[in-house]
Write a protein that binds this ligand. Structure first.
Ligand SMILES: NC(=O)c1ccc[n+]([C@@H]2O[C@H](COP(=O)([O-])OP(=O)(O)OC[C@H]3O[C@@H](n4cnc5c(N)ncnc54)[C@H](O)[C@@H]3O)[C@@H](O)[C@H]2O)c1
Length: 359
């Protein structure tokens, strides 16, 4: 298949694209380039055709060659949505729909949307399936809900959107993110000796490794149309619904000498949901998600150690999306809606080791 991945230069894209290529697909990329140079280890290779482009400006003419478009491009977490909700709506909702409408007009048959389990928001401790009521608690979660609803209206005999409601991701990637819980706790434990919890550790979180997200994308891409047409799938494994304090304990056990601590004033987090992954399992009996959280922590520790991750890296803008966006805003490289202000490349990601200050 000829595939376009929008958001190919981000945390998941950096793993997904080589995964799809290894499965024999012909993959191009399209990305605004917000995190160019924000790498851990060797720079993300420039392999394959890729465009530095805002998906809000895509036209059908550029898309007619593709069998499938995968939309990962987004402002990708809850705190980013709090920075400027209008920008999150513009990128995550208007951008996704602009890309989907252009794809549909160009005759692209498959559209895979990287949605999120965070649209379940404050669902409590009973596991929620795809037909559950949605209670997003942030602008980010809201955009995922509305984007799915609007994409569904585009579904017809020639256009098949599918919504992958990914659990919170973890795992090593060249485009590392340290603003997601497993990666964060593992990094802080390694660099300070403390597994520092910002909440009281009681919230439930479903987790999934980025390679297993890639496996789910591949399975859905290659599935018969009637299995995936206008369908949402929770992506993750039942056994990886865990409480944040369980993650902390797994990290503590993996980092010799570390201890678990609570941040001052840490209380419960309102984002709290357990997720039912039965639909993915029954629709794709051959799809085996392989990673356990323990193995993912071991993989992260190996990558952090191999590439010399330091505490200064941990507090820098390089691996925290909100800090990097603030850096680009302060440099005037993007406007408040995160449109590029010039055609010249974005300022380089700050050198490793510079403290960006509090988020
Ligand atoms: N990482 C997770 O835990 C997780 C969990 C569930 C869902 N998701 C979803 O998966 C997708 C990818 O997540 P990620 O962790 O790789 O995020 P990321 O922030 O690392 O990558 C997003 C990429 O999108 C690009 N981008 C942003 N705005 C753009 C625009 N207007 N046009 C083109 N490109 C643009 C960025 O430059 C970046 O490379 C997102 O949609 C996110 O909401 C992520």
């Amino acid at each position: 298949m000829k595939i376009l991945v929008a958001g190919d230069r981000g945390y998941i894209g950096a793993v997904l694209v080589p995964f799809l290529r290894a499965a024999g697909h012909d993959v191009d990329g399209l990305d605004l380039g917000l995190y160019e140079g924000c790498d851990l280890g060797p720079a993300l290779p420039d392999a394959g055709p890729r465009a530095t482009l805002d998906m809000r400006n895509v036209t059908p003419a550029g898309l007619s060659a593709y069998d499938a478009v995968l939309c990962l491009a987004a402002l990708s977490n809850d705190p980013l949505g709090d920075l400027n909700p209008a920008a999150t709506y513009s990128v995550n909702l208007d951008g996704t729909l602009a890309l989907a409408r252009a794809a549909k007009r160009a005759g692209v048959e498959r559209f895979l949307f990287s949605s999120s389990c965070s649209l379940y928001g404050a669902a409590g401790s009973a596991a929620v399936a795809e037909d559950a009521e949605l209670f997003p608690v942030t602008p980010y979660g809201e955009t995922k809900v509305i984007a799915e609803r609007e994409l569904s209206k585009l579904a017809d005999d020639n256009f098949t959107p599918t919504y992958l409601r990914n659990a919170t991701a973890y795992g090593a990637s060249t485009r590392l993110r340290l603003d997601i819980v497993v990666n964060n706790l593992t990094a802080v434990a390694l660099t300070t000796g403390q597994v520092r919890l910002e909440s009281d550790g009681t919230p439930w979180r479903p987790l999934v490794h980025i390679e297993d997200i890639s496996r789910a994308f591949l399975a859905i891409l290659e599935a018969p149309r009637d299995v995936v047409h206008d369908q949402a799938f929770n992506v993750g494994r039942a056994q990886d619904n865990v409480q944040v304090r369980d993650i902390a304990e797994m990290v503590r056990a993996a980092v010799p000498g570390s201890t678990v601590t609570l941040a001052d004033g840490a209380g419960p987090d309102i984002r709290n949901y357990r997720v039912d992954f039965g639909k993915l399992e029954s629709a794709f009996p051959d799809l085996k998600l392989r990673w356990s959280v323990r193995d993912g922590i071991a993989e992260l520790l190996q990558a952090y150690t191999a590439y010399g991750l330091t505490h200064d890296d941990f507090v820098s803008a390089r691996f925290v999306r909100l800090r990097r966006i603030r850096e680009l805003l302060a440099a005037g490289a993007v406007d408040e809606m995160l449109y590029r202000t010039t055609s010249s490349p974005f300022p380089a990601c700050a050198p490793r080791g510079l403290d960006a200050g509090p988020v």
